[in-house]
Design a protein around this ligand. Sequence first.
Ligand SMILES: CCCCC/C=C/C(=O)SCCNC(=O)CCNC(=O)[C@H](O)C(C)(C)COP(=O)(O)OP(=O)(O)OC[C@H]1O[C@@H](n2cnc3c(N)ncnc32)[C@H](O)[C@@H]1OP(=O)(O)O
Length: 308
Amino acid sequence: MSIIKSAFRVLRFGSAKNQLFSLESKTCRAFSVCNKLRQDASDANASKINFYVDENKEKGYAILKLNKGPVNSLNLEFLTELNIQLEKFEESKEIKGVILTSSIPNIFSAGLDIMEMYQIKQDRGSQFWTALQETWIKLYGSNKIYIAAINGHSPAGGCLLSISCDYRIMSKGPYKIGLNETLLGIKAPFWFRDTMINTIGYRETEKALQLGKLYSSEEALAVNLVDELADSKDLITKAEEQMSKWCAIPTVARELTKSSMRRDTLSKLIAQREADTQSFIEFTQRDSIQKSLRMYLESLKKPKKSSA
Ligand SMILES: CCCCC/C=C/C(=O)SCCNC(=O)CCNC(=O)[C@H](O)C(C)(C)COP(=O)(O)OP(=O)(O)OC[C@H]1O[C@@H](n2cnc3c(N)ncnc32)[C@H](O)[C@@H]1OP(=O)(O)O
């Protein structure tokens, strides 16, 4: 129990630290025409800066930088804020595409916040899972062009965000990406699996999911989990180059093609969202799953080996 309390404390402290980091880094950004949009002040969490949006209406795309320290873990509040922003993009007439990245060095996203699954309660768990489904439906089902600029580690839910985009560029470096759920003692949901199959194929997914494989950036490129590698300093430039190429394609034809490719996968979840939520709650409430999550949390908090 004390581990959990201290995790909450550290996560809160991490957010504050990261907020400072973001305020500093804001001045360094070279994006020429940009509007900084903050989330609605009505939300209790709105005072935290959990992501930034740089919009370049002239060029027709935005850069969304995840900024929830320490590791961009996805909890209910963060997902809710993201969903509001994704909806804004979807409704925008000026924005054709979005580059999804992170302002936290070496971390794209650590995936779902494990604290949302540990000692899970029915109400919060349902809201959390519904918000996650919504994020995936909005991202994977978007008419807009999404390019993931993966600047660091991207396990599990972080990988899901990446593979829900249309194109992925990953920083060269000692970073890992993949659906590693089995290593936490849990099974990747069918829609995580299907998105992975659509990206890297059935056989590679079958191996990767059973093994909980976390790919290095080079391995990820070799199996098409990412489309391109870039030096960290060039990551956003490369993503912008790619975005310009995608933006030049006739919009309606591209949108229709995208939706025809993704419709069946999306429909499977949309047809059974409530059942999927209930199954998530029942599964995570099992004693064996709670035990696995506790052990995984403890392993995360062990002193890190220098070679890890
Ligand atoms: C039916 C159910 C299906 C559910 C599907 C599940 C999907 C998921 O996404 S589950 C989450 C899977 N995520 C992971 O396995 C990643 C775990 N994290 C890491 O491997 C590392 O943290 C890292 C590589 C992402 C970053 O490493 P590093 O820079 O060394 O940072 P730390 O490990 O020291 O982490 C800092 C701090 O953050 C805590 N933390 C890390 N990940 C999570 C997380 N996903 N949720 C909650 N908290 C997380 C970590 O414990 C550290 O806390 P303190 O030790 O208290 O500082």
